[in-house]
Design a protein around this ligand. Structure first.
Ligand code: 5GP
Ligand code: ZN
Length: 219
């Protein structure tokens, strides 16, 4: 285990239940994060052995590889969005409005759109990964998790320490190439949803995140 812990999933994806390995194909293995930092937190692991021990900044310099990963991430974002709809759809005001319109008599000419759950998923990497095998986080925005226990857990997804896959390739002078110099993980807490400031008050932030989670589901 330790830094190499994700290697086991790449070697024997078949030996895990679907509660651990979501799916695998010849190029990727997708797993549930064992210490999820949101209500839905998946990891996409590329299997290409010429790439998957590189730092993501280096691996994604290869345009063809980046495109391949992007395509799979896109697929996974859809899958994750469908899962959020399944879980929280009944709670969402937009989904309720759509449902009501569908069942109206007579039905309207145009149905309102349901909620776009795609927008509630973030896909990207950490500027300084802790695990050595290349992985892309596919994580819902809510940060609702009992496993979110330390300030770095929060800030690693709420500051530029988290680099969205859409931002690649990075410009040579992109400041995120020097994450330690930037001190992202030590920044004051900012709520991901309302941007309220919490200084370094983690307990207060956690309480606020619970309230935001309830509101977010109902949007
Ligand atoms: P990083 O900070 O390297 O981008 O994130 C690594 C992620 O891997 C973390 O979110 C962590 O919770 C997760 N993780 C660490 N060890 C394991 C493991 O053995 N199995 C699974 N499924 N996830 C792990
Ligand atoms: Zn807030």
């Amino acid at each position: 285990p330790g830094r190499d812990g994700l290697g086991a999933y790449l070697e024997k994806p078949d030996s895990y239940p679907s509660s651990v390995v979501v799916y695998h194909n010849s190029d990727f293995v997708t797993i549930h994060d064992m210490f999820p930092k949101s209500s839905l937190h998946l990891l996409l692991l590329p299997r290409d052995q010429t790439k998957n021990r590189l730092h993501p900044f280096e691996a994604f310099e290869d345009a063809e590889f980046l495109e391949k990963v992007r395509t799979e991430v896109h697929k996974l974002r859809k899958l994750a969005a469908a899962e959020l709809r399944r879980r929280y759809g009944q709670d969402s005001a937009q989904e309720q409005a759509r449902h009501a319109a569908l069942n109206a008599d007579p039905p309207p000419d145009e149905l309102p759109d349901g909620r776009d759950w795609d927008k509630e998923i973030m896909c990207g990497i950490h500027a300084v990964p802790s695990m050595s095998h290349l992985h892309v986080h596919v994580i819902s925005v809510d940060r609702h998790s009992e496993k979110l226990k330390h300030r770095k857990h929060y800030n690693s997804f709420a500051t530029p320490f988290f680099v969205p896959i859409e931002d690649f390739p990075l410009a040579p002078d992109d400041e995120r190439r020097h994450p330690t110099r930037q001190g992202y993980l030590k920044r004051d807490f900012t709520c991901w949803r309302c941007e309220k400031q919490f200084g370094n008050r983690f307990t207060e932030l956690k309480k606020h995140l619970e309230e935001e989670f309830e509101e977010w589901k109902k949007l």
